[in-house]
Ligand binder design. Structure first.
Ligand code: MRU
Length: 353
């Protein structure tokens, strides 16, 4: 628990297991679960017990470090081959959030020059823990940078959950609200429920209320009316993958909010760490979009809400073109236009550091 706000951590490294907050069960139950194997980790990511791009990356990194401890060989090359095999398995859990591949690649790089299997096993654990530590500071920095965009009294809309439990701590899109509260700045959030699996209704409202932040829940189809009637001053969302030209994949429904925001002349912001940028993807058309189980659409909590054999299209994400984005808030600052050039500059700068 943090002293600043009382939201449990979504994932923690323990001696011989990973401890996760089961986000499937929220808000009805606050249940923690132990993961022991790569299959446990894969399942937790696929079934959204752990979700949110940075939290997925951290959990997969812990999962790789944990399952590597059980590899029985003294041969470093054999060890690395097995680590790569586990990495590929975990990486296939969810295709859109690029933080997953980013975190796993970072672990692989860390053991590139390892002299022994024992040293590599220790290095993997250290690197995974380091990713989590860095993510907390990164999110705090994103929050600081985002705060300059808002003033007391603002009403801000969001979708899905890009909060503390989607990251190591603070969140991305929700980070400024925790920091604003500390500074007694009065910001109010309108959270879209986020069908089909309701991360907004179940998770965003829950964690903001735990953290003492003012929040109002709306259903997704109330967004346009709310923008108009409640004088929404900005929209802020997270991201799962940002292409080199700034096109941004985020939870399904984000694109709709961006289009509405343009109509109502409301600024539309994306908040994300550099680990969510995929500069090898030139634009949004190359971002893989995860399609999920039709049952997520046909049922609510196991109760049928549609004919059982109806055809369903269930994309988990959509892509907002960069021309609809007023600014991308990162830990290194805010970029507001000329995204391709600015993103290249951002990466040139962080590589040279
Ligand atoms: O399917 P989910 O719940 O993993 O989707 C999460 C989102 O779309 C978040 O906005 C994104 O991962 C950013 S989390 C800081």
């Amino acid at each position: 628990m943090s002293k600043e706000f009382e939201v449990p951590r979504s994932v923690e490294w323990e001696e011989n297991h990973i401890n996760i907050l089961n986000q499937q069960k929220l808000p009805a139950e606050t249940v923690f679960e132990h993961l022991y194997t790569k299959e446990d980790v894969y399942d937790a990511i696929v079934t959204l017990k752990v979700r949110g791009a940075p939290a997925i990356g951290i959990t997969a990194a812990f999962g790789l470090a944990l399952s590597a401890q059980a590899i029985e060989t003294e041969e470093i090359d054999v060890f690395k081959q097995e680590v790569i095999r586990i990495k590929e398995y975990l990486n296939s859990a969810r295709p859109t959030a690029v933080n997953l591949a980013w975190a796993l690649d970072r672990l692989l790089q860390r053991i590139e020059r390892a002299a022994s299997v024992n040293a590599a096993k220790t290095d993997l654990v250290h690197e995974a823990i380091q990713i989590q530590i860095e993510d907390e500071e990164t999110c705090r920095q994103i929050g600081q940078n985002a705060l300059q965009l808002f003033k007391s009294g603002d009403r801000i809309m969001t979708i899905c959950n890009a909060g503390s439990i989607a990251t190591s701590r603070y969140g991305t899109a929700l980070a400024p609200f925790y920091l604003a509260k500390k500074k007694n700045l009065d910001l109010h959030i309108y959270a879209c429920e986020t069908r089909p699996v309701l991360q907004g209704a179940r998770l965003t409202t829950w964690e903001l209320m735990q953290g003492g932040v003012d929040v109002t829940l709306i259903t997704d189809n109330m967004a346009a009316h709310t923008m108009k009637e409640k004088q929404i001053s900005a929209v802020i969302v997270g991201a799962d993958r940002i292409a080199r030209n700034g096109d941004t994949a985020n939870k399904i429904g984000t694109l709709g909010l961006a289009v509405l925001a343009k109509h109502f002349h409301i600024p539309f912001f994306v908040a994300a760490p550099l680990s969510t940028f995929d500069v090898s993807t030139l634009d949004g058309s190359d971002i893989p979009i995860e399609e999920r189980d039709p049952l997520e659409v046909k049922e609510l909590n196991g109760v049928p809400i549609a004919p059982p054999d109806v055809q369903v299209f269930n994309p988990a994400f959509d892509v907002t073109p960069s021309h609809l984005i007023s600014g991308i808030i990162t830990e290194k600052g805010i970029i507001t236009s000329n995204y391709a050039k600015e993103i290249d500059a951002l990466f040139a700068e962080s590589i040279s550091q």
